[in-house]
Structures are given as C-alpha cells and as structure tokens.
Ligand binder design. Structure first.
Ligand code: NAD
Length: 699
C-alpha cells in the first residue's frame, strides 16, 4: 500500500507524504521518499522537488507503530533518507504545515530549502521518551536557529510555532494560504538559480566562549534532569557538534549518545509509560468500534472529598452536573470547596473569573433524587458502607432513566454486589477516582461481571474527555491499586515490628523515588481508613498476622493530619515531625513481644516494599484482574506516585530480572516477621523466570 503520492507539476516533482495520522516516518514511507527523489532525479523534465505533508502534519517523526519491530531499523534509515536528499542534484524543498516534529523536523533539515506556514508546530520532543534527536537533529538544528535556542528546544522538547522562528535560517519563506503553490513557486526559483544547493550540514556552527556556555548549561540541565540521563546527553550531543572538527564527527557522537540512551532503563521506562497509556485504553473483547452512549449530563451523589473532585472533572469538560446530598449543609459545604478550588486556580492565573463562574454555573445542587432522573451517568461517592450503597443504588434504579450508567466510586466494596441491588446490573460499573479527584490522573474502571460492553466503551471514551488515564480492573478487594498497596503497607509494618522506624522507611523509599513513604501517606489519607479495612480482613481471615502497632496507633485516635497526630506529629498541621510518643509505642510493643530490634538496611527495606507490590501485582495479573502488566504500572505511575524513571513495579521487576526477584522473595519468606504465605512467589513469576521471560514483554 502506498503511503505517498508522486506527481509532476510543470517541472516540479511533488512528493506528498500520506501516512495517517501524522505521516510517521515508517519503513514504507522512507522507501517511497527515496524512490521519489531518485525518480525525480532521473526525469529530465523535472527541475526541482517538493516534499510535502498534509494540513495536520508535515511529519510527526518516527512511526510509533513500528517501535520495537525490525522495520524501525530497516534501511533506508532516516539518516540514509537525509543523505539521499542532500545528495540530490535537483533542489529539494520541504513544504511544512502542521506538526513538524522529531524525525519530521530532521527530515526537513535535510532538505535544501524550507517553506512553512506560520502556525506549523516545530519541535524535537525525543527527550520526552528519554532519547535525543538521532537523525542529525542535534547537529543541524543549532546550525540554523543558533546553539542556545536549539539547546533549549532539544532539552525541553517544547513545541514552538514556526512564526516564532521566522527570522532564523530554519525557514527560507513563511507562506500563507496555499502552501503547495508557495512551495512549488519557490522550487522553480531555486531551480533557476542553479549551482550547488545549500545544505544545513555545510553551515558553520560557532559560539563565543563555548566552555563557559556549556559549563553553565551543564549545571542547569543536570539539576533539572533529576534521574533522567537524556537531557544531559542532548546537551553533550549539541556540544559535540560545536567542538567537532567536521560535521560527520559530530554526527557520529550524536549516534553514540543516542545508542547509550536507547539502552537506558530510564528511556525504557518513559517509552513503557507512553505505550502503556495507549494500551490501557484498549479492552480486548470490547472492540474500538463498540457503540458508546451519549454523555451530556452527569449526576454525582455525595458532595464530600471525592464527590466534589469528581464533579470538577465534568465541569472542566463542559458537562453539567446535578449533585445530590442528604442535607443542605453538606451540599453548601461541598459547593464551597469546589468554588474555593477554582478560585485558587484563578489566583494562579490558570482560570479567568468568567471561566470560574461558567463552571460553577454548570452545577445544579439538589436534595431530591427526582432531579437526577434524566442524567446520562450518575456517580455515587457516599460513605464506604454497603448498607448505604444499597439504599442509594435501589433508589437510583427507581429514578434513573433507561440506559443511564450507574457508577460507584467505592474503593473496596464488591461492585457485583452493588450491581445486584438494581434490576439493571449491565448498566453498573465502578469508576474509582483517586484523591484529589480533580488532580490525580488515574481512573480505575471496575468491570463487573455483568457490566455491558457499551458501558465500558462509554466510560473509556469519557475518561479521555475528562483527561484521565483509565485502567480496567476486575472485581476484587481493593482492585488493582489498593490491593497491592495493602501488601506494601503490611510489609512496612512488618519492618517496623522487626526494628525499622516509620521515618527510616519513609525516607528510604522516598530516596528511591516514591513521592511519599507509606507512613506519611497513611497520615495524609487517614490511618482510620486502613484500620477499618484491616478490621474487616481480621474478621474474614483470623489467621492473618495482626498489625498491632498500627492498630494501637488508631486506638489512640492518631488518624493522621486530620487529627493533628498520626505516625508523626504535625505541630503546624502539615509538616511531619518524629513523635517520641510513637517511638515509645513501638518500643513498648517490641519489649512486650520479646523482640530484639534489628537494624534493617535501607536497601532491604526498599526491596521488601517494592517486591511486595510486584508479588501481588503478579497475582493480580495471573487472576486476570488486570488485563496486562503495563496496566498495573499505569495504575502505580498515575495514582500512587511511583517514580516515572522506574516505569512502575512490573517493569522494575523486569529490569532487576525475575530470577533475582523470585530468589529474594523466597528469602523474605524465611523472615519470621513477614507473612511467609504472602512471600511465596506468585506462580506467574516462577514460570516466567524459569522461561527467561519478563512480565511486560520487555527485553
Ligand atoms: P466523604 O465522607 O468525604 O464524603 C461522603 C459524602 O457522602 C458526605 O458528604 C455525605 O454527607 C454524603 N452521603 C452519605 N450518604 C449519603 C446518601 N445516602 N445520599 C447522599 N449523600 C450521602 O467520603 P469520601 O472520601 O468522599 O468517599 C466517598 C467514596 O469514595 C467512598 O466510597 C470511598 O471509599 C471512595 N473513595 C475515597 C477516596 C479518598 O481518598 N477519600 C478515594 C477513592 C475512593
């Protein structure tokens, strides 16, 4: 199948790239561009060549569908295509509209001339995937826009409109209106000029005081890059161009630095996150052409912490929300919080006053169920209590119009049971938002046994509209995220019993990269929430190890920030301080239990906590609760502050190597403080490790 068209237009060959959606430079397109250049050069009637894309994109760069396939590296590579263009005896003019990014911009830089529309989007965004522009971008781009501008754009990946760069040598002409006509006219003039056609590679690359410039830039970039190596490699590649005696030497250094990155764990993690997000949107047995239900009006039950945040998501997307509470007071309080949040954004300059009013105007508060009836979706965010949920869903079943989606925000309760309170379980689904719901990107979509396919398809579409990363989870206690978290917290508690302090544990995992350690997180979310769940678990499973210290902490009412004290003391309400009373509580317990505390190394703490996520994650995967390993990672990256550069617990396990992970788990099982039953490695891990395979399919 052809992904471009070739036509002759009165002495000018026009090669029009046509590889939707963004003219990704896949193998076929690269071949066809070379073929087009050769054909034009072999045709005496042709004097110049125009390479053009469509209104949406000249080219968005590499074809992501080709990533990790042999085609990605098959000849002609992008560098070969550029060589062919540079060597063309007839001038090649890039006609640029829409996205001109990454490999697309590098392709344009290989052309002899560039004509662009003012609003074309120019960027070298490779750094966002932990890479650098490896098609000569770090060498050619500084030659046309200057080292400083190029460096800023390459290190940040920022998109800049062509208009902003119109005074640089990047463009020979900024056209308006008919780009193809402007480019062909330009091509004829270029052909008339004759002689050798300019090549960006031949332009000088000079800089006053390069040592001073790069010395300063290196410090700035290093500080901003955190754990990611790509920004610094981008800088080194640009610097190499400045210092190299020839263009080709700079290009070789760019290639070396690129190869370093493509193998780095950090780039693998970023690419995993990028593809993982796209994969999460797909449900194997719900094809992408499944019809969806229209969502024009929403309703939310409960205007508490979650209800208010959930409502904001809809308002932000322009969808009106009717919000129901039991008492006027609660309603007023909930609405006031929503307004306060918007006003905070207004003060930061993110919203205008008119926008705040417009959004608030989309809310209809009510105390009457009858007012909800015509909503297309209703999301329940009332207390986490099955009896309350029962009463709410029985009422919804009576009042909601036919075809409305009935969603629950429950964090732990059985969605199938909730669905059974209605006569329309096919319309019931879990939409588990994360707190604060207007900020956190994750949405766990809990698929009940009877949830209809079109309901799922609708929720996945809606999630995109309200800018969430939706991940499908089957029904189980805690779904994907909290079920894993419970095991991680239990391991943290085992380590405290054994000799670690909450402060040591928090600091160890935070240093490793987690946004917040388990004890600070407990204090923030409310230790009572986990306590409540624990008590239910103790009842269901009397043999399960007790978290005595955590239970005693809660018995003392130390629920966390909301009570001013938890694992830490919060004298100013926010900043945690180690509290001698908690230290004493821990030490007293150890004495009572005859425990001789052991100093546990930080590295062991991190392994135990992270591998607890891995083991439970693997079980979730083998039970089919999660559809794929990367879904679990998307949950942790977007909902639990897992460090992006490690890619999520599943990719991290692959990076360590499953053989090592399994061996460690068996060792942890021997520790009398841990739950040895839990630490039996999940059969899936044992199997994959034995086969030399990975969880995520990564190499
Ligand atoms: P919350 O206590 O802050 O708010 C609950 C609200 O529901 C209250 O305003 C209450 O007045 C109202 N309510 C109770 N019963 C009602 C009824 N029958 N009709 C109408 N309104 C009623 O609780 P929350 O933290 O917002 O949690 C709500 C739900 O979201 C729970 O199922 C919880 O498990 C889940 N959840 C909470 C979090 C979190 O971090 N807080 C995160 C994810 C999910």
């Amino acid at each position: 199948m052809s992904v471009s068209q070739y036509r002759a237009d009165d002495g000018v060959a026009v090669i029009e790239m046509d590889n939707p959606p963004v003219n990704g430079l896949g193998h076929e397109l690269r071949q066809e561009i070379v073929a087009g250049i050769d054909r034009a050069n072999g045709d005496e009637a042709i004097r110049a060549i125009v390479l053009i894309g469509g209104p949406k994109a000249f080219s968005g760069g590499a074809d992501i569908r080709e990533f990790n396939t042999p085609k990605a590296t098959a000849e002609p590579h992008l560098n070969t295509v550029i060589e062919v263009i540079e060597e063309s005896a007839k001038p090649v003019i890039a006609a640029i509209s829409g996205a001109c990014m990454g490999g697309g911009l590098e392709l344009a830089l290989g052309c002899h001339y560039r004509v662009a529309l003012a609003d074309a989007q120019i960027a070298l965004p490779e750094v966002k995937l932990g890479l650098l522009p490896g098609g000569g971008g770090t060498q050619r781009f500084p030659r046309v826009v200057g080292v400083e501008t190029a460096l800023n754009m390459i290190v940040s990946g920022t998109i800049v409109p062509a208009d902003k760069l119109k005074d640089t040598a990047l463009f020979d002409e900024i056209a308006d209106g008919d780009l193809a006509a402007a480019a062909t006219a330009f091509a004829r003039k270029a052909a008339d000029k004759g002689g050798a056609h300019p090549r960006v590679r031949d332009l000088p690359l000079t800089l006053d005081n390069p040592d001073g410039f790069f010395g300063f830039a290196r410090n700035t970039v290093r500080a901003a890059a955190g754990p990611f190596p790509a920004p610094l490699n981008c800088l080194e590649a640009v610097a190499a161009g400045v210092y190299a005696s020839t263009f080709d030497k700079g290009l070789a250094e760019e290639r070396r630095l690129f190869a370093e990155l493509i193998e780095s764990d950090e780039s693998k993690a970023l690419r995993h996150a990028f593809f993982g997000e796209r994969a999460a949107a797909k449900i194997p047995d719900v094809p992408s052409d499944t019809p969806t239900r229209d969502i024009r009006k929403a309703a939310v039950i409960g205007a508490g912490t979650m209800g208010g945040g959930i409502t904001m998501n809809f308002l932000n997307a322009g969808i009106p929300v009717t919000i129901l509470e039991m008492k006027q007071e609660a309603l007023d309080k909930g609405l006031a919080t929503v307004r306060k949040n918007y006003e905070r954004s207004m003060k930061k300059g993110r919203l205008t006053e008119a926008q705040v009013e417009e959004r608030m105007g989309l809310i209809t508060p009510t105390l009457e169920y009858a007012d909800l009836g015509d909503a297309d979706i209703v999301i329940e965010a009332v207390f986490e209590d099955m009896d309350v949920k029962k009463q709410v869903f029985e009422t919804l079943d009576e009042v909601m119009k036919e075809g409305a989606i009935l969603a629950t925000n429950t964090s732990t309760l059985d969605v199938d049971k909730i669905a059974a309170f209605t006569k329309r379980p096919q319309d019931v689904v879990g939409t588990h938002f994360f707190s604060p719901a207007n900020v956190m990107r994750l949405l766990e979509v809990v698929r009940g046994e009877k949830t209809a396919k079109d309901v799922l398809a609708t929720i996945m579409t809606l999630a995109k509209k309200i800018r969430k990363v939706a991940v499908v989870s089957g029904v189980c206690d805690g779904f994907i995220g909290n079920r894993m978290l419970n095991k991680y917290v239990a391991e943290a508690m085992a380590a405290v019993h054994e000799g670690a302090t909450p402060d040591q544990i928090d600091k160890a995992v935070e240093k490793w990269g987690l946004a917040m350690g388990p004890f600070r997180m407990g204090d923030l979310a409310g230790n009572d929430v986990m306590w409540y769940i624990r008590k239910r678990h103790y009842e269901e499973n009397p043999d399960m190890p007790r978290q005595v210290i955590a239970d005693r902490l809660c018995e003392q009412g130390r629920f966390g920030q909301k009570t001013g004290k938890g694992w830490y003391d919060y004298p100013d309400g926010r900043t945690p301080k180690v509290d001698p009373e908690v230290t004493k509580l821990i030490e007293d317990y150890r004495k009572e239990a005859g425990i001789e505390p052991r100093k546990i190394p930080d590295a062991e703490i991190v392994e135990r906590l992270i591998f607890a996520l891995v083991n439970e994650g693997a079980r979730i995967l083998e039970e089919g609760i999660a559809q794929r390993a990367s879904d679990i990672d998307m949950v942790y990256l977007n909902g639990y502050g897992f460090p992006l550069h490690r890619g999520g617990p599943m990719l991290y396990a692959d990076t360590v190597g499953l053989f090592k992970v399994v061996r460690r788990m068996r060792r942890f099982a021997e520790n009398p403080f841990t739950d040895s039953e839990f630490w039996r490695p999940a059969p899936l891990l044992v199997k994959l490790s034995g086969e030399g395979k990975t969880l995520t399919g990564s190499a």
